[in-house]
Design a protein around this ligand. Structure first.
Ligand code: R5P
Length: 320
């Protein structure tokens, strides 16, 4: 069965890089846009193929999600033999449960919609919730970019650096980074006040006199990182803060917020084009902050190659 990579418009550069590593040009895929906002994607040359549609559902989330659904349906109707949705950043994953009556479980709705549109399988990178796998009828491969970012951090975090989870949800991820880097873990307990505001309540672990390395799955508005940096400094951590997050969602004034924190480095991956775009634009005040992007293209190409050849995936998987 022929292998095809279909690039959605959310991050064509990433899809191109994945294709290049697999030794192929991505399949031709045009997305026509109507004046009223409707999208009409057209894919070519997928009949009988093992197809991987690459599309993160980052901002504008709903537009990219609908485009992905239409792409899956287009591939199915064009006679693709097997269709895998490769969604490096899976939007709506934070809505994995109802916080109060009257809400939807957005992650489940999206997972069902992908399956209903033709996805036989889903590939994601560091999803906000591992519960995503259980929400899907189809097989889900949850990959992790932790080794990619940990390799970049290795030279930046000498002893006595401490790996910090900026909230309780990031503790397991922080433990994995700490194990990879041979460092200890600390945790900031935070509460979320709104979509753009959080408050750090306490710091657990030894941070005084240590340079902190804050790790998270995503940076959206930057409020979580800002609160963590403030709490760590208040508890005596040194000023050389490093931040690493898989997904640079970077909405609202996130880049400005990060630039104003006086952190040493912010590392992200290219699961989202917003992260790549911010590297040039990160405004800096105070200490020189640098935003660096490491690519997940080799990880995705490896995963797609293994899936295509029906080889084991365990080495690439997120093990929480
Ligand atoms: C939340 O639990 C996530 O892991 C991130 O910490 C959060 O989504 C980041 O959002 P923001 O940058 O807006 O604080």
């Amino acid at each position: 069965m022929a292998l095809r990579v279909v690039p959605g418009s959310a991050n064509r550069a990433l899809a191109r890089a994945v294709g290049a590593l697999l030794g192929m040009d991505p399949t031709v895929c045009e997305v026509e846009r109507f004046p009223d906002g409707e999208l009409r994607p057209v894919v070519e040359d997928v009949r009988g193929a093992d197809v991987y549609v690459v599309q993160s559902t980052g901002p504008p989330v709903n537009e990219h999600l609908v485009e992905l659904l239409l792409l899956l349906d287009a591939c199915r109707r064009a006679g693709a033999d097997r269709i895998t949705a490769v969604v490096p950043y899976f939007g709506y994953a934070r809505q994995d449960r109802r916080l109060r009556e009257g809400q939807a479980v957005g992650a489940r709705v999206c997972a069902d919609a992908l399956a209903a549109s033709g996805a036989d399988r889903l590939v994601v990178v560091d999803p906000h919730t591992a519960a995503l796998e259980g929400m899907c009828q189809m097989p889900v491969e949850m990959l992790t970019a932790m080794p990619v970012l940990a390799a970049a951090l290795a030279d930046l975090v000498p002893e006595p650096a401490v790996v910090v989870a900026p909230d309780l949800g990031a503790v397991k991820l922080a433990e994995r980074y700490a194990a990879a880097l041979g460092r200890q873990v600390a945790v900031v307990r935070k509460i979320r006040l709104s979509g753009e505001a959080v408050r750090a309540m306490e710091v657990v672990g030894e941070v005084a006199g240590r340079p902190p390395v804050i790790v998270d799955d995503m940076i959206t508005t930057g409020a979580t990182i800002k609160a963590a940096v403030g709490a760590l400094r208040a508890h005596g951590a040194t000023a050389e803060v490093t931040v690493a997050a898989t997904h640079g969602v970077l909405v609202a004034a996130a880049a400005e917020r990060l630039g104003g924190l006086g952190v040493r480095r912010v590392l992200m991956t290219d699961t989202l084009a917003t992260a790549t775009g911010a590297t040039a634009a990160l405004p800096v005040t105070g200490a020189p902050a640098r935003l660096e992007v490491r690519s997940v293209a080799p990880l995705l190409a490896d995963a797609i190659g293994r899936l295509h050849r029906n080889e084991p995936m365990d080495e690439l998987r997120l093990a929480l």
